[in-house]
Design a binder for this molecule. Sequence first.
Ligand code: PEP
Length: 257
Amino acid sequence: TPARRPLMAGNWKMNLNHREANLLIQKLAASLNEKQLTDVETVVLPPFTDLRTVQTLVDGDKLLIGYGAQDLSPHKSGAYTGEISGAMLAALGCGYVVVGHSERRAYHHEDDAVVNTKVKAALANELTPILCVGEGLEIREAEGQVAYTRDQLDGALAGLTAEQVLKVVVAYEPVWAIGTGKTATPENAQEVCGAIRARIAELHGQATADQVRVLYGGSVKAANIAAIMAQPDVDGALVGGASLDAEDFVQICRFPE
Ligand code: PEP
């Protein structure tokens, strides 16, 4: 069986300034010991303006907490007012970057082609993209979730080699479950996470698919994480709301206990 280290990634969205970020990181560091942080990879995804603060804390105290950004520019540098490049994130020690979150797709019109260039920009800077895919409510009601998510995956991974796909984390986030309190059932999560892995196997071979981590996201809480993690193709979670509360996020990261 493949060893896929569980990954819990906290997407703070547009919450917490750098002082509040400092406090939350201190709380996480005080509540999770070395073994817990080794068993379960713990990552925070703060707003850009917090990254320097998080870097300083993580480096200064040698914390086993990873961090990254919620988005990046598809461009390298230049006249792109307001954008942040992958190289800038890498220079701040980021290990991860979210790509194609449903909120970016919906509010910033990011299509699969843009998401694909962002995945490539992340990889070019040695950042691990956390690629978000997932269907909306209408598609779920028409039972189109597997085909829809597979098409998003194909679009986002277009032109990548197996070696590059290995470095991608995929997050299945059904849009109807994000911030709604409606968690997918563990079986719902498994169905699509399994289909994502099967598609990667089809495109890049079983050995690659066995190593790629697939996360579930959508109203994950301390109360439901264990059942979701018990599914064979779910390797972790992308956590929004619950990642803003230190106690909740700590409990999620301690799901094996
Ligand atoms: C998310 O936006 O990535 C997410 C999973 O949010 P929430 O946990 O709040 O549903």
